[in-house]
Design a protein around this ligand. Sequence first.
Ligand SMILES: C[S@@+](CC[C@H](N)C(=O)[O-])C[C@H]1O[C@@H](n2cnc3c(N)ncnc32)[C@H](O)[C@@H]1O
Length: 237
Amino acid sequence: MIYDNDEFFEQYKRLRLDDTGLNGKMEEPCMRPMMGDVSGLRVLDIGAGFGHQAVWLKEHNAGEVVALDPSENMFSHATALHGDKGITFVHGYYEEQVFGEAFDLIVSSMALHYVDDLAPFFAKCYRDLTEGGQLIFSMEHPVCTANPTGYSEDEGGKFWRLTDYFQEGERVQTWFVDGVRKTHRKLSTVLNALMACGFTIRQVEEPSPLDREYPESEKKTDYFWIRPSIVVIKAGK
Ligand SMILES: C[S@@+](CC[C@H](N)C(=O)[O-])C[C@H]1O[C@@H](n2cnc3c(N)ncnc32)[C@H](O)[C@@H]1O
């Protein structure tokens, strides 16, 4: 679990708590409107991290909010920061959890590229949802996970080195530290895995700087501009 590597975690924490990363710029402004009215809903946040989505859900009158994360670092920081906000924090892997009651909404931000096998994961999400419930998640875009080695630059501009897109499987990259493991899948594999479980795909978004106020000076040179960073998917039971 890379989030329990202290060197990695300290750097990730700085990025995430300062909100200088893609969550604040792209992910939350895209994903939150997709949730609609959450008031009264029983919600599960898979890979809740520091609890940003869980806190927002509570502030928007969700009913019970269960925030789950397998990282000891994440769990202890989230409970220290937000233990008084009526959120149920759970320490553990989603795949290993048994819940007594189904959820109206399952959300997951930027966690699913750490999951090796998505088919049983989605099947469990389907079982853990009420009839008519929704699964809404973001993940690193397959264009990014295919070859996570960064950019090339020449007189023509800055380019993302997209290759190996069709070779699905493990990727080991340097992100703050060496040896960060993720799993690359084609976008079609993700969508087909959802549909194979019985989900109906309701919305697919690839947020870009064009979607919102974005400093002109950051466009073109910013890596968010050059290729899709994330994909956000809403699927209904
Ligand atoms: C990039 S962080 C995102 C945290 C938070 N959702 C956010 O957006 O700020 C990814 C998180 O996914 C968690 N994670 C990885 N695999 C998981 C799994 N199988 N079940 C639940 N959480 C998982 C990690 O521990 C980590 O906290």
